[in-house]
Design a protein around this ligand. Structure first.
Ligand code: HEC
Ligand code: HEC
Ligand code: HEC
Ligand code: HEC
Ligand code: HEC
Length: 215
């Protein structure tokens, strides 16, 4: 039996909107979208089961993002590190800290620490870390100064308008690939010219058609 409603069923509301597109609904959507204050989750900052601080580990200890988020260049999802990664150090450092108790419990029981998602796109949006990170979009551009955050919070709206702002003018945002995880990146004076050249050389063309992000 083929599935009648495969998992793409959650696209139906979007598709019906697009279907109705010829007429008013489409226009209403755009008016609503571009003129209302952007719908955002900016500032969302859930409390985590362990008071893990990026400000300490990245800002002070100096650990690179990819030591923990090792999948960003190779997959759509950026992984949250497994307990093993924490224990590489915390089997020796702060071994009796009460703040690290859930980590030690996870290690002993083999059950993962239940980290809470901060950034979440709706299911009907297609997004990949790999393609962005490999084309010179810095973590900082989308996630802000993570190296200064005690608790991670969302700093950009992650709305459609926000995605498109960059997709229409990527030359204003790209940086050399070896600077992707740099925090506090300083733009050289000829930044935009260099990016414009790179965009031609490497044929970087972020999509603006609906089906690239919704399918
Ligand atoms: C020592 C490991 C470690 C390093 C290094 C690290 N992170 Fe994280 N990161 C975590 C853990 C654990 C979480 C989940 C808990 C939290 O949200 O604070 C996390 C969460 C995040 C989140 C939020 C994920 C979500 O749920 O939406 C972002 C964004 C992030 N990190 C970006 C970065 C960036 C950018 C860097 C480098 C500047 C970095 N991290 C370096 C361990 C690390
Ligand atoms: C490369 C080594 C390293 C890794 C990997 C690492 N940490 Fe740490 N962590 C440190 C250092 C260094 C300190 C500061 C110790 C001090 O204050 O003396 C620290 C401190 C902490 C503290 C504060 C402890 C206290 O009592 O003040 C917490 C909580 C913590 N780390 C959680 C984590 C978690 C969760 C992970 C895995 C996602 C992790 N760490 C991975 C090196 C590391
Ligand atoms: C173009 C914008 C963009 C860039 C660049 C970017 N991220 Fe993200 N990140 C997002 C979005 C959007 C989400 C939410 C994804 C979702 O819900 O599917 C996210 C989610 C995450 C998460 C939570 C796990 C996940 O995949 O949902 C982590 C961890 C993370 N990012 C880390 C990083 C790190 C580290 C870098 C740099 C190496 C980075 N991000 C670069 C936009 C970006
Ligand atoms: C700061 C710039 C920037 C932001 C913000 C950004 N993108 Fe992109 N996006 C790019 C670049 C650069 C590419 C690579 C284009 C290429 O490979 O030719 C890209 C490519 C893509 C692609 C094509 C991927 C593929 O597999 O072909 C999709 C889909 C996409 N982005 C979705 C999103 C979504 C969804 C958001 C918002 C949540 C977003 N992007 C935010 C710059 C950005
Ligand atoms: C670069 C990626 C990208 C492209 C291209 C794109 N969208 Fe979106 N779209 C998004 C994101 C991200 C969201 C989720 C916004 C949010 O959560 O606030 C979204 C949300 C939507 C929604 C739902 C709005 C809501 O509030 O429920 C509709 C409808 C939609 N898009 C239609 C379109 C149409 C029609 C096009 C072509 C003209 C299009 N999108 C092109 C990224 C994109």
């Amino acid at each position: 039996m083929p599935q009648i409603f495969p998992k793409k069923a959650n696209l139906l509301p979007v598709l019906s909107l697009i279907g109705a597109g010829a007429g008013g609904v489409f226009a209403i959507f755009f008016v609503w979208y571009y003129f209302s204050p952007e719908y955002t989750d900016v500032g969302y900052m859930p409390e985590q089961p362990v008071p893990y601080s990026h400000a300490l580990h990245v800002g002070q200890v100096g650990i690179d993002c990819q030591y923990c988020h090792s999948n960003v260049e190779s997959s759509a999802h950026a992984n949250i590190p497994p307990t093993q990664t924490c224990m590489n150090c915390h089997s020796q450092i702060k071994t009796d800290s009460p703040k690290l108790l859930p980590v030690r419990e996870s290690w002993a029981t083999d059950l993962p620490v239940e980290w809470i998602n901060v950034h979440m796109l709706p299911d009907y949006v297609h997004f990949s870390h790999q393609v962005h990170v490999k084309n010179g979009v810095g973590c900082e551009t989308c996630h802000g100064r993570i190296d200064q955050m005690e608790v991670v919070r969302q700093v950009e709206p992650l709305s459609m308008g926000w995605c498109l702002e960059c997709h229409r003018q990527p030359e204003l945002y790209l940086r050399p690939n070896d600077q992707v995880t740099t925090m506090g990146f300083v733009q050289p004076a000829d930044f935009v010219e260099r990016n414009a050249q790179r965009i031609i050389d490497e044929q970087i063309l972020p999509p603006t058609n609906c089906s690239a992000c919704h399918y």
